[in-house]
Design a protein around this ligand. Structure first.
Ligand code: BTN
Length: 330
């Protein structure tokens, strides 16, 4: 007999010690089966200790996400627009799951959250890694009747939605690094990955994935980001008291549903001023990593369509629509 690791996880989520014998009795399996399932928890990045004579315990409690509680925390207008909401313990990628599944009906939102991703996707082919329960991995899918105008700026608008959600649920002021990074205290707090699938009859299926570091073990934080000062999580920014992940997730879903429902009509305009206020790169010396045409210069904000403007050393303006931009040290 086996025990499902996610059931074992639920039993240990309180952070209290649980004896192997009691767990074996509760799940009606052998102690060896409990030990085997425990290895999966370690694989998920959890800090599990086995104290002789006391039992197994997690280094800290985990507020596991729950689909029903999340649904209840949504604004009524969002709940009405929700075609599907899944919260899974382990998945390869929430973006992949939505993209490869059937799109939701027009005007409705599909949402998928995972506690742990085995192949989380980052921008430009990178991986997105987060230990179980340490972050938020959330994707939302929406079907537009045709490619909306300002589609190229949709990632930026999602950044504004994430910024508002983090302000509401956590009280933090996040900066936005063009095109997709969420920044706190010069470090990466999270990122956005927008993926598109062209559909029949010109329809356009958009999946917006957001990853946010909430409370990560310090050693995984240090490994996470290629930013000069590394990554940050909400727990560090909020001196050990991060908000419940459910609250952040609910505000993200509210904001994304509102954004998607109105974007075809309004475009980027209602988000542009706020994006400019939060522009992390503005006025900084930057390097554009474009193999065909690299450039150094000063970031001068974004234009109407969300393209980044770089003033190069000879005074010319370069309009950047894709690529990696990093800050150059003084
Ligand atoms: C980046 O900064 O490169 C973007 C990271 C986006 C990560 C999120 S986590 C939820 C969603 N599912 C994925 O596979 N990726 C995105």
């Amino acid at each position: 007999m086996r025990v499902a690791p996610d059931e074992l996880l639920r039993a240990l989520a309180d952070g209290e010690p649980h004896s192997g014998t009691e767990l074996a009795r509760e799940f009606d399996v052998t102690r060896a089966a409990i030990w085997k399932a425990m290895r999966k928890l370690v694989h998920w990045g959890l800090d599990v200790s086995a104290v002789p004579g006391i039992g197994y315990r997690l280094a800290r409690p985990i507020d596991l996400l729950d689909a029903r509680a999340l649904r209840r925390a949504l604004a009524p207008r969002t709940a009405r627009r929700l075609a599907r909401l899944e919260v899974l313990t382990e998945l390869d990628s929430t973006n992949r799951r939505l993209l490869e599944g059937a799109p939701p009906p027009a005007g409705e939102l599909a949402a998928c959250l995972a506690e742990f991703q085995t192949a989380g996707r980052g921008r430009r082919g990178r991986r997105w890694v987060a230990p179980l329960g340490g972050g938020l991995c959330i994707s939302c899918g929406w079907q537009f009747a045709g490619a909306p105008r300002d589609l190229s700026a949709l990632t930026l608008a999602v950044g504004v939605v994430a910024r508002r959600a983090l302000k509401d649920a956590a009280g933090v002021d996040v900066a936005l690094k063009w095109p997709n990074d969420l920044v706190l205290d010069e470090r990466k707090l999270g990122g956005i990955l927008l993926e598109l699938a062209a559909e029949a009859q010109g329809r356009c299926y958009v999946v917006a994935g957001i990853g946010i570091n909430v409370a990560l073990p310090p050693k995984s934080l240090a490994r996470l980001s290629d930013w000069p000062r590394g990554a940050i999580d909400l727990a560090t920014a909020m001196r050990g008291a991060p908000p419940p992940r459910l609250a952040v997730a609910a505000r993200l879903l509210d904001g994304l549903a509102d954004l998607f429902a109105s974007f075809a009509d309004t475009g980027f305009a209602p988000y542009r001023a706020e994006w400019r206020d939060a522009d992390y790169l503005l006025g900084r010396r930057v390097k554009l990593d474009d193999p065909a045409a690299p450039a150094n210069g000063t970031a001068r904000g974004i234009d109407r369509d969300g393209a980044l403007l770089i003033e190069t050393v000879n005074g010319a303006r370069r309009r950047v629509i894709s690529g990696d931009v990093s800050v150059r040290s003084a």
